[in-house]
Ligand binder design. Structure first.
Ligand SMILES: [Fe+2]
Ligand SMILES: [Fe+2]
Length: 246
């Protein structure tokens, strides 16, 4: 049976619940409820808040009440790992200093990696997590889908490409020739497709605001919210599409 996953990324929720990023998240959740078959899993790939406030994480968990039991989250560079763990710790696994997840579901192994190394904006995984990841991939008797905030590839925008995870080469050696079918990312606020270690990489637009592809200067290009749908078959086939709201 098809495993249906919806990815939401880069929510950037500020403390003010009346702010546009909150309105966009509510629109996305309403749209999901009306237009998509109920997903088996909702995965949030980081930058959940715009400012690190415990109350914002609590409000987000409340907003996602309908997805109780069908939810996974990851940190992004804007997040507080401590606050994320305080609110969503039941959905995360401590792997050294990282907050990751592993979930075997309907013939697939889903792995979420923590690419955050505060106070830096750029990504990094760390040796402990990379060893954990390599073992989880090696032992997988099933196709693997990976979620992570920072893409391990360039998207063609210099001020985002500088954030590449510094230890991505070690990730690449775990991915190459493995059962990893795709790596699904956030951070860049735009859809992009590439490859890493012979595996497709999909980046996704934000639920809050988008950056224009190849923009010369940093800046928000649109406040049109979007999300990604992933459909995974037991034989390892994967389909994906981006849905942008009007
Ligand atoms: Fe972001
Ligand atoms: Fe980010």
């Amino acid at each position: 049976m098809t495993l249906r996953i919806v990815q939401l990324t880069d929510l950037h929720l500020p403390p003010d619940a009346a702010a546009p990023a909150w309105a966009n998240l509510r629109r996305v959740l309403e749209h999901l409820g009306r237009h998509e078959a109920t997903p088996d899993l909702l995965v949030l790939t980081g930058d959940l808040v715009a400012r690190r406030r415990a109350a914002s994480y609590a409000r987000l968990r409340e907003a996602l009440g309908a997805y109780q039991g069908r939810l996974r989250v990851l940190p992004g560079n804007h997040d507080s790992r401590r606050m994320l763990l305080a609110e969503f710790g039941d959905l995360l696994e401590r792997v050294g200093p990282a907050a990751a997840f592993e979930l075997d579901c309907r013939g697939w192994r889903l792995l979420g990696l923590d690419s955050v190394r505060r106070p830096f904006v750029h990504g990094a995984f760390g040796r402990v997590q990379l060893a954990w990841f390599a073992a989880r991939v090696r032992e997988a008797g099933a196709p693997v889908l990976v979620f992570v905030h920072h893409p391990p590839i360039r998207v063609g925008t210099w001020w985002l490409d500088k954030d590449l995870p510094r230890d991505r080469r070690r990730l690449e050696s775990a991915v190459r020739g493995s059962r990893v079918r795709a790596i699904v990312c956030g951070h860049v606020h735009q859809p992009h497709e590439g490859a890493f270690g012979g595996v497709p990489v999909l980046t996704s637009p934000s639920t809050a605001y988008q950056f224009a592809p190849r923009a010369w200067l940093p800046g928000k290009a649109s406040w049109r919210p979007a999300y990604r749908v992933l459909e995974l078959e037991p034989d390892g086939a994967l389909r994906s599409r981006v849905v942008a709201l009007a």
